[in-house]
Design a protein around this ligand. Structure first.
Ligand code: F6R
Length: 608
């Protein structure tokens, strides 16, 4: 998604805006730009492509001035060209914008009729002309900005600077996050606290509908009704160190390796190792679980696959009916919710537009809403009735890895809690399950020692044009996740199937050129999965089996195998996520793709 930075400073701001934009690279983008006030006039530099291209433009034609805005654009309306890159400007105002202005067509027609000339195909430029138009009617810049923002529909955040108004910066939040940073003699705006981390750790987050007016270091925030508002200034933990690759070649590698630690952190929040037992659930949560006639689980992408694994756990441990659907479907289905239902949403960023909309709909339909979310200050975290945090830390690689396993850790803990609350698990069961879960970080660390083997296998997989993944039970969502991971970072076509579905169609694809990755822990589904594997092998399929020692011994001869530590079947979804991540990572390295920022993808999907 687009990234926004704004600085009302006391030094030349273009170089530091560029630095801040680099910290937003992880969000995904395809063009970038900066505008400053040079002697009161708006000056800007923009470039398609990555930030080093913008840096080259700035090197040839530096920008001066103490007030400025910058942007990384992830194209929605119009191709990633220089003309469509932000900031968009008239002679009076320059703006940067993240999200979508839904009524831009009507506004553009109205403003064109009044003589405004548009230079880009974007929806964003409309905001610049609207503000200019209101200023031409005699409004002060901040007033014009407020009135313009009130006319824009959609979900977005925006920042602006104005000709002849040194030190004036206006920002607005309507559905997409915006943080304000405070320093002694400067003030900042950013899409998130990472962008602001080199400048300040004192940050407040705008609330829905807020407008911020910054004059020098003086910050005034107004709520949706235009009343002055106080937003708590927090000391953020998004320190500079957290966005370092820590010696790894990619953020994705770093994040894969952080999993023992962050899964441990997440489990520590939910489990008391002394028992081991699940920690006391908040009062409302326990009651909601006991009363619930159904849990509806929804999310997008990888987070959805975590939710699908959750379904198997909740049904088994808590004997509660579970429905799962992707958020982009659920939100428009007008689903029938039970009277005493719980609706659970999973999200790393906490800003995914479809997930947020599905949550709002479920809430409006009387469900107790629960969010498993990684970003504590996010919209989803703020709007859910109950938050189940994950402690993955900032995830920078676009492909989700550690957030997924932390989501699974939280869901597994919560499923045990639900089983206990509903009287379905004995104290002994609880202890056993908690003890197994608490072993997960150690098993992940143990497995990571096999990385060299995974590299070799990833390089083999990289030679394929198509790859199939299959699994049963909770390994089925992992097959889907493995295929998603491979296709998103290596661009190799991959599909995941429930192993039992193979002979209903996909088996027609099998030949010697198609590797089939079989995820088969030695659990209750093992024999059936191995039968499906044999059917595939009988048709020339090249099988890579992921299983434990007993499974590999039983399965017989296959093309290749990956041995995962033997554990309680309950925790295998968390553990088996690691080999599928590493296979995708090394296949992508072999293909030479941009692993951390794969083409066309964005980290935080705040448009539907
Ligand atoms: C894939 C991936 C995406 C996200 C999805 C939801 O590796 O990262 O599929 O899982 O866009 O994002 P969040 O979890 O931020 O709601």
């Amino acid at each position: 998604m687009c990234g926004i930075v704004g600085i009302a400073g006391t030094r030349d701001v273009a170089p530091i805006i560029l630095e801040a934009l680099r910290r937003l690279e992880y969000r995904g983008y395809d063009s970038a730009g900066i505008a400053t006030l040079e002697h009161g006039e708006i000056a800007r530099r923009r470039s398609p492509g990555k930030l080093n291209m913008l840096a080259a433009v700035l090197h040839d034609r530096p920008l001066h001035g103490h007030t400025g805005i910058g942007h990384t654009r992830w194209a929605t309306h119009g191709a990633p060209t220089e003309a469509n890159a932000h900031p968009h400007a008239t002679a009076k105002v320059a703006i940067v914008h993240n999200g979508i202005i839904e009524n831009f067509r009507e506004l553009r027609a109205e403003l064109t009729a009044k003589g405004h000339q548009f230079q880009s195909e974007t929806d964003s430029e409309t905001a610049a002309h609207l503000v200019t138009d209101l200023m031409a009617q005699g409004l002060a810049p901040d007033e014009a900005a407020k009135q313009a923002v009130a006319r824009l529909t959609g979900a977005y955040s925006i920042a602006m600077i104005f000709k002849d108004h040194e030190g004036l910066l206006v920002g607005a939040r309507r559905g997409a996050p915006l943080a304000v940073g405070y320093a002694d003699d400067e003030a900042f705006i950013g899409s998130d606290a990472f962008a602001l981390a080199p400048f300040t750790n004192r940050v407040s987050y705008l609330e829905e509908g807020d407008v911020v007016v910054i004059r020098g270091a003086q910050v005034s925030i107004f709520d949706a009704q235009g009343r002055p508002a106080n937003r708590e200034v927090k000391i953020t933990s998004a320190s500079a160190a957290l966005v370092d690759k820590a010696g790894h070649s990619h953020f994705m590698a770093k994040e894969i390796h952080e999993q023992p630690e962050v899964v441990g952190h997440t489990l520590a929040h939910y489990l008391d190792p002394a028992g081991p037992v699940v920690r006391h659930l908040g009062v409302g949560l326990r009651e909601a679980l006991v009363a619930a006639s159904r849990i509806t689980i929804s999310a997008c992408g990888t987070a959805y696959y975590a939710g699908m694994v959750g379904k198997y756990w909740f049904e088994k441990l808590a004997r509660i009916a579970v429905e799962t659907d992707v958020a982009s479907e659920l939100r428009y289905r007008n689903p029938v919710y039970p009277d005493t239902g719980v609706a659970l949403f999973v999200s790393q960023s906490g800003e995914t537009a479809d997930t947020l909309a599905a949550l709002r709909d479920a809430k409006a339909k009387g469900q107790t809403t629960i969010a498993v979310v990684n970003v504590a200050e996010s919209s989803i975290a703020r709007e859910a009735d109950i938050v189940l945090p994950t402690y993955a830390g900032p995830e920078i690689g676009v492909a989700s890895t550690k957030a997924f396993t932390c989501q699974l850790a939280a869901l597994a803990s919560f499923a045990i809690a639900a089983g206990v609350a509903r009287g379905n698990l004995s104290t002994e069961d609880e202890k056993k399950l908690c003890a197994s879960l608490l072993e997960t970080p150690r098993h992940i660390a143990e497995f990571l020692k096999q990385e060299a083997k995974l590299k070799t296998l990833g390089e083999e997989i990289a030679k394929a044009r198509d790859v199939l993944y299959m699994g049963r039970g909770a390994s089925y969502p992992l097959a889907l996740e493995g295929a998603l991971k491979l296709k998103e970072i290596s661009y190799i076509h991959a599909e995941g199937y429930a192993a039992g579905e193979m002979k209903h169609g996909p088996i027609a694809l099998i030949d010697e050129a198609v590797p089939i990755i079989v995820i088969a822990p030695h659990d209750v589904h093992f024999e059936k999965t191995i039968s499906n594997m044999q059917e595939v092998m009988a048709r020339g399929g090249k099988v890579l089996l992921i299983s434990d020692a007993a499974g590999i011994a039983k399965a017989g001869k296959v093309w290749a195998s990956i041995e995962v530590p033997t554990t309680n079947a309950f925790i295998t979804p968390i553990l088996y996520a690691i080999p599928v991540q590493l296979l995708a990572y090394y296949a992508a390295i072999a293909k030479g793709t941009d692993v951390d920022q794969p083409r066309n993808l964005a980290k935080s999907v705040t448009v539907e």
